[in-house]
Structures are given as structure tokens and as C-alpha cells.
Design a protein around this ligand. Sequence first.
Ligand code: ATP
Ligand code: MG
Length: 168
Amino acid sequence: MSRPSATLTLTLADEAATVALAQRLAHLLRGDDAAERPPGGRIHLRGELGTGKTTLARALLRASGIQGRIKSPSYALLESYNISNLYFYHFDFYRFSDAQEWQDAGFRELFDENAIILIEWPEQAGTRLPPPDLDILLEHAGTGRRASIDAYSDKGRLWLTQLTPSGP
Ligand SMILES: Nc1ncnc2c1ncn2[C@@H]1O[C@H](COP(=O)(O)OP(=O)(O)OP(=O)(O)O)[C@@H](O)[C@H]1O
Ligand SMILES: [Mg+2]
């Protein structure tokens, strides 16, 4: 993946801070800020085991209006949802190993849709994935987490400016 053109680092002191970031992202992905822009986008969630990737994805889906149980896709690789004509795909490629699986599951086509796509362990899918709008790396920082957010598209860059805390 080419170098990101913009980066933002945030401290997430506790789980509530991860959820708050997810809520802000949900708002941006829905395009609430710009009525003329259709909702949708792709976010890669990277980080070691237990850094909060699923927490963030689940909170983002919840904030987008998904009701009922939101399962971790760690066994199925993909959980999908939809609200009227907007689709949500939550991938977890931790257990992904087989290129054939990619073909058989028809994942490729999903990336052409105008959907909200969240991907845990994108590195496990090798070079199959197109660059995301945002790449979020979660790391342990004391008892909390640090999020390093990189933008790889114009849309991602716009979101990054909207996520940047304004000065004092
Ligand atoms: N900012 C935070 N500070 C402290 N704990 C957090 C924070 N965000 C999430 N957590 C906690 O981290 C734990 C692990 O979260 P989660 O299952 O989302 O990790 P994950 O990255 O998806 O792991 P895996 O790679 O195993 O799927 C949860 O108990 C969650 O409450
Ligand atoms: Mg997870």
C-alpha cells in the first residue's frame, strides 16, 4: 500500500473513548455532514489481539443504526447487515488463509459496492484488498489505546480533518 497522505494520532483512554471515535466515524461514513455525498467507505482496523478492533467496529455498526446482536466475524470471516438500501460488511480475516476462499465467497464483488466496509486483520488478505479510505492502527498505551489513523483517499483525508481535534 502506498504511503498515506495524512495521519492523525489519538489517545483512547478507555473503551468509552474507542466507542466515541466509532460514533464519530459512523457519522462521517453515513455522509451526514454532506447531503450530496452518498454514504459509504472502507476502513481497515489493524492492531494486535485485544486492542479493540471489534469494539470499534461493533460500536460503529451500532451507531449506524444496526439493531440486535452484532457478532464478531472471526469464524465466518464476514457478517453483513443492511438498513434500507445501505449495506454494511464487517470482515475479520484473522483466520483467512486460502485464496480459493476469496473466490468462492465472492468477496471481490462486495468491494465494488457503495457500502460501509470494516475490515479487521486486512493484512491477512494479502494484496487482494484495494486501499481503504482510512487505516486505523490500534496499539496498547498504558491501560488505554493509541489510534493512528491514516487516510488513503480524498474522502479519507476529508474525514481525517473532521476528526482532528480543534485547537485550544
Ligand atoms: N481504548 C480502550 N482502552 C482500554 N480498553 C479498551 C479500549 N478499547 C477497547 N478496549 C477493550 O479491549 C478489549 C479487547 O477488545 P476487542 O475484542 O475489540 O479486540 P480486537 O482487537 O478485536 O481483538 P482480536 O484481534 O482478538 O479480534 C475489550 O475488553 C475492550 O473493552
Ligand atoms: Mg476482533
